[in-house]
Every structure is written in C-alpha cells, then in structure tokens.
Design a protein around this ligand. Sequence first.
Ligand code: GTP
Length: 421
Amino acid sequence: MVNRNTAIVICPIDKDTFRDPDYKLAEAVGLAEAINLNVVSSRFVKVGRISPATFISAGVVEQLAAEAAETQAEVLIVDTQLSPVHQRNLERACKIKVIDRVGLILEIFGARARTREGKLQVELAQLTYQRSRLVRAWTHLERQRGGGGFTGGPGETQKELDRRRIDDTVTRLKRQLAEVTRTRALHRKSRAVKPYPIVALVGYTNAGKSTLFNRLTGAAVMAQDLLFATLDPTMRQLKLPSGRQVILSDTVGFIDDLPTHLIAAFRATLEEVLEADLILHVQDVTHEEADVQAEAVVDVLGDLDIDGEDNVRVMNVANKIDLLPSGERGKVTREFADNAGAAISAVGGQGIAQLLKQIDTRLSERDTFHEYTLPIENGEALAWLYRNGEVIARRDNKKTIKVRVLLAEDKVGMFEKKFLN
Ligand code: GTP
C-alpha cells in the first residue's frame, strides 16, 4: 500500500492578501494533495505582524505544535514564502517537517517533470533551495521510507558534508543541463528548416490545457484532476482545416505567486512559449476566481517578456463552457469571439471546430497562401519555397510544377523579386 504522509495546511492571511482566502486555502490543499499528502486539517492564520522568529505568532505556533502531536501529522504546509530561519524555527517548535509554498511547488514540479531537461531543471532548483535552507529538504527518499526522520536538521559536520555534496551535484547537473539544452537547440534548428508555426497552450493550473491538447492531437498526455499535471512542454504536429501544419505545444500550468526565480529556472523549458507564433491562453471560465487566474497568467507571461494582453500574439480561449447554464454560455461565447478568441469545451468538444478555424485565421493574418506555377527546370525557386515557406500542395506536370504555398508577407516580396521577374 502506498504510504501517504499526513499534513496540516495553513494559509497565512494578512492585510495585503487580495485573493479570496477560501479559494487560496482550497488551492493550497489542492497543491498538497497533488503530491499525494493526506491533509488532516487546514485553516487560515491571521498574521498581523510577522514574527521575526517563526513568521506566525507564538500562540499560533503553540496551537499548531499541539495539533501536530495530536493528529500525528508529519508535515506542516505553510502557504507563503518563508525565510530559511522561519522554516527552521517552525520545524523545531512544532517538531514536524515544514514546507513553504516554494518547497511545495518544487515538489510538484519534481513529481511531474517528464523530459530530461525538465527533470534536471527541477533537481537544480531543488538543490539551490535546499542549500539556502541548511536543513535537508524533504526528499522523495524520505517520503518513500514513509515518514519519520523529518524533524531536526543534521549535525554541523553532516551539514558541511551535505553542502559540499550539494555543490558537487550542482556542478554536475549544470554540466548535464548545458549538454541537454545544446542538443535541444540543435533539434530546434533542424526544425526551423521546416518552419511550422508554433501554437503554445498556456493557462492557470487545472484550466484544461492537457485535455485540450489531447482532443486536438489525439495524443495520450496524462490529464488528471491534479494541479500541475503538465510540466514540460509536449509538442505534436497538427493539421488545421486549411491544410496548414502547426506544432502544438502543451506547457506547464501557471500559478499565482510563482516565485520569479523559479520562472527563471524554468525559462528554458518554456522556450516554446517564448518562440510561439500564437499563444492560446486557456481559461476555466467556470472557476469563481477566473479573473484572478487570468491575471496571474498574464503576470507570468510578463515575467517571460510576453505581453499577455497583446491580442495579436495571444488568443483567449474560454474552456469548460459545458458547465455553464445555456444563457451564460451564449454570452461567454460572444464575448470571447468578439475579441478574436473562442469558447470551447475540451471535454465535450463544443466549439473545437471554431477554435481551429480561429487559429487558422489568426495565423493567416501573418502568412498568406500563394499559388505559383514554376517551370520544371527552376529547381532553385522550388527549393527556395520549401526553405522559406510551407508547401501545402504540389502538382508535378510535364513541363511545370504547380505549388500552393504559405508565405510570410516579407517572403512573398522576396520570392517574387528573385524568381518571377
Ligand atoms: P495542469 O497540468 O495542472 O496545468 O492542468 P491542465 O490545465 O493541463 O488541466 P487538465 O487538462 O489536466 O484538466 C484539469 C481538469 O479539468 C480535469 O479533471 C479535466 O477533466 C477537467 N476539464 C478539462 N476541460 C474540461 C471541460 O471542457 N469541461 C469540463 N467539465 N471539465 C474539463
């Protein structure tokens, strides 16, 4: 039987907390459950003034220590960013392992990473986080051993050893990562010869990206009701109704409060988003906090230097409309369509045809279809079209070759000047 560690989740609330506390807490519990913790209790903790020693007040710490002893909980999740000192003191006072929001998100990333690059990035981020904490992080190994051994950091000498080992591992990981990144860049370069536009799916965690990706490509990417079911971009080729080929890329779920240094660490994994010709921002419009979630995604995109409100590059997609009452469904559909977006149900399939058409339209605003009849001996012109555009159809006759090709605006001029005069 899988041994599930028990956990208490607390959500510190202060006067600057602008999100609805209920949803914030529900999300923290969801994150804890996503790494298979058994949450035995969860609640808010009001923070008037941050305690320099333990972040939360001594009285609350005492209550938590008693509760931990009583429920035999093994982990305390604190849904905020704690300093290493806060974390260590809380662990000592409550006598259980403490994980803050960053640690929790790293755990989730670690469990979800699929590509080698993703795994290396997570491991590196985890080690860097651990090194700053002095205490050993809660490793997968410890979890497999089934609890216990969480409390009390190792002795000083042990810490020194651990630190040196971490440094060695960090050096090794960085080397491996550089190698993997180099290989990926080479792959990307070879793909650039066949320049299919990239369409990237982004969205708040649980918005339905993987489900949509599967529906569009028929690929078996795991979709589950777990937050962050996707970590690494997964790419598949997709043919649109016009015949245009695109590469569809599924990406990591974004979340509110994602620490900036984590985004930096995952920047390479998000390269497909950075390079995307069109970004589909998938939104769960049935979620009570849909607006806050959409804003968080726009913020994360901003950290990647992408203007999330830019309607040329970003297309808003309302998902889960099957759950809306019919009147509202019509309203949402019109609202998104009016802004060059689409409203769909990734599960039920409603609106998918319109979505594909809309993607085609949006991409054709950049590229246009052209037909050329080339003399058969003009191999150079044909090769140029293959290199610089996307040949959709080709008919070889006795003396001519007829091609239907998609070309970017500037390429049309270049081609006609070079070969059609
Ligand atoms: P992360 O990987 O965490 O970022 O999630 P995601 O955005 O890839 O979401 P995923 O596709 O895993 O879907 C999350 C949950 O929403 C799953 O339980 C899906 O079945 C459900 N879901 C997705 N699309 C729809 C939809 O159109 N309608 C309904 N009713 N449920 C949906």
